[in-house]
Write a protein that binds this ligand. Sequence first.
Ligand code: CIR
Length: 272
Amino acid sequence: MSPFRFTHAIVCRIPDSYKTGALGVTEPVDLAKARKQHEMYVAALREIGLDVIELPADEKHPDCVFVEDVAVVCNGTALLTRPGHPDRKNEIEYMRSILKNELELPVIEIEDKKATLDGGDVLFTGKEFFVGLSSRTNQAGACALASAFPEFPCTPIKVEKSLHLKTVLTMAGPDVMCVGNTPDAQSILKRIEREATFRYQTVTVPDVNAANVVFANGVLLHRSAEEYPASAKIFEEKLSLWNLKPVTFSELEKANGSLTCCSILIRKTRHL
Ligand code: CIR
């Protein structure tokens, strides 16, 4: 079974507090537009056959829409992270109950109190993990990931200028990495290629914000031509063997959000 086939997704609605309280917001956010864009994203996940669990907006956590950072799910096991930013640490509380009680997944917790790990730093290629060592994720967090999923190689990769590893590089198909063309993104790619256990092809896009794509169930969700025309053209030229679904995400990008960070994708072998 392909590691890119999924049955469920967890997403979280956008709270009012997102508008001014989300980390990294520096320009005015249109909340209604953000919600519309998020609804379209959720609709796209449903169209690709996922049962979407939509968590209610949590006003106490302005960044709660970015669920990816809070848990890593792979091979039927969930690892609750220890988010690297203090304002986001308690987001794991609600997620724990959803993973355990609603999805009935085994949940691993990180015991090491010094560890920090954001899901945005965790890249699963289907065969191995790369984990960004960033301002949000440390070595102890990377070790926690490696021990939660001992069946896969897990390689730490230094991330210096970007928020997360997946801010600049994601999977765009089995064995295909999509990467931005900034010097930072390219040096991260080089580090990955040097350390990787397996070989990958790469697709380079001219807009680094378009390098974050979601590949699931044979469909590629990518940033729209309206936002990033040159990158959208590359997706059409190089990745049209997949069903391409453009998504507009400007208001989520204003808080450093990207496509992967707004969902946790899960494959349950037995449907709920
Ligand atoms: C944060 O700074 O934590 C949020 N404003 C953005 C998180 C983006 N997460 C991700 O790309 N995985």
